[in-house]
Design a protein around this ligand. Structure first.
Ligand SMILES: [Ca+2]
Length: 194
């Protein structure tokens, strides 16, 4: 009985680790951050008061905290790189608002930090949260693969929150034993019919 309980606890731990701190509720814990990024409302930004919170009139999309880039308004830029997350479902989405200037994009990186795809979250300049989607399955990611979510702010201000996966479960990579049994089955058929 104790073993089942331990297994259950391990399962829960694995589930929680799949997308740790994906809504910035633990501030930037686990994230790699550059430039003028900060967490609202954890920190009041400095730099003359021309910061993202001044332009953004909304609140968190999810929970109580969200990421801002724009300590110094339009002169600011920065990047957010997620913790290493585990792929589980077909889609990865995030919410974004801000001034969508050029050089302002989100990307999926593989576990070696090689960029697999990117999109420009742009064509607006307001405080409305919008959802943007990546199709992880079309990138060839399988169940259990590791990846990073990356966000680059351009010469603008941005807010980002609530990165999550949804949709169909990604296909699994066949285990070695499955491949072995499949191979043995094929050999048996070949020998039988040739
Ligand atoms: Ca949040």
């Amino acid at each position: 009985m104790q073993y089942f309980f331990l297994l259950f606890l391990s399962f829960l731990t694995i589930c929680q680790a799949e997308m740790i701190n994906s809504s910035f509720e633990s501030s930037f814990s686990g994230w790699t951050v550059t430039g003028d990024a900060y967490i609202a409302p954890d920190r009041t930004p400095t730099g003359g008061g021309d910061f993202a919170d001044r332009w953004f009139s909304g609140g968190p999309k999810d929970g109580t905290r969200y990421a801002c880039i724009g300590n110094r308004g339009n002169e600011s830029s920065g990047t957010l790189k997620s913790p290493l997350w585990t792929a589980t479902n077909q889609y990865l989405s995030f919410y974004h608002a801000g001034n969508s200037a050029n050089n302002h994009f989100a990307a999926i990186l593989n576990s070696s930090s090689v960029q697999l795809t990117y999109l420009y979250a742009q064509s607006y300049n307001d405080s409305v949260w919008r959802r943007w989607d990546f199709n992880l399955q079309s990138l060839g990611l399988k169940q259990g693969d590791s990846f990073y979510f990356f966000y680059q702010d351009g010469s603008s201000w941005s807010v980002v929150d609530y990165v999550y996966q949804w949709g169909n479960a990604l296909p699994s990579v066949p285990e070695n034993s499955s491949i072995l049994f499949l191979g043995m089955g094929l050999l048996f058929l070949i020998r039988k019919f040739l």
